[in-house]
Design a protein around this ligand. Sequence first.
Ligand SMILES: [Zn+2]
Length: 220
Amino acid sequence: MLKKWGVIVIDIQGDFTKWKQGSLAVPGSDENYVKSVEVATRQFKELGVPILGTQDWHSPDHISFATSHPGKRPFETIIIDGGTQALWPPHCIQGTENARVLIDNNLFLAIVKNAQDPDFENYSFFQYGKGTKTEMDTILRINGIEKVILYGIATEYCVRATSLDLLAAGYKTTVIEGLCRGVSTDAAATALDEMRCKGVRVITTPEEMIKEILQEIFDK
Ligand SMILES: [Zn+2]
């Protein structure tokens, strides 16, 4: 068992995919994309790497929904408590079909949820509110994970925020770009640059990562 690596699969949920005609479907999120995420995740699991999933999990009246702000439209930005808040179409509402994680749930050791506070939006699955940790850090620690591999949806929101928080908490963090999808291609590219600058390793394909882990196994 390789204890030091861990994988975090971010928000592979119906509402973010074209495949399931999601309300916030991101470009390039067809069935083939979801299947490629599942195949890679299964390969990591077969190498003995523990897998965590994440799940965006909103109350129906969540503050980030345009419908919670009369007169506002999705993708507008408003100011709340001095900070900017992007407004989204309602998505990933707790208990709905399109909030389900689309890849085989048996792959996951655990699924970490966010957005549970109706009055606060957080894109990170590492912490929420004003810096309260989710269970992610504890789960990583009790499994001896020090190096984290991330991918999923959306690059410039939950993948970015979670990977930067992991990095700040001392985890070696690798993002697999080819398994990520962004809301906006330009913003996703900018976010990947920012992540690189701050010290996140960005690689292109899961094959590179699998090769590296296999090499470690052979070297032992
Ligand atoms: Zn959300």
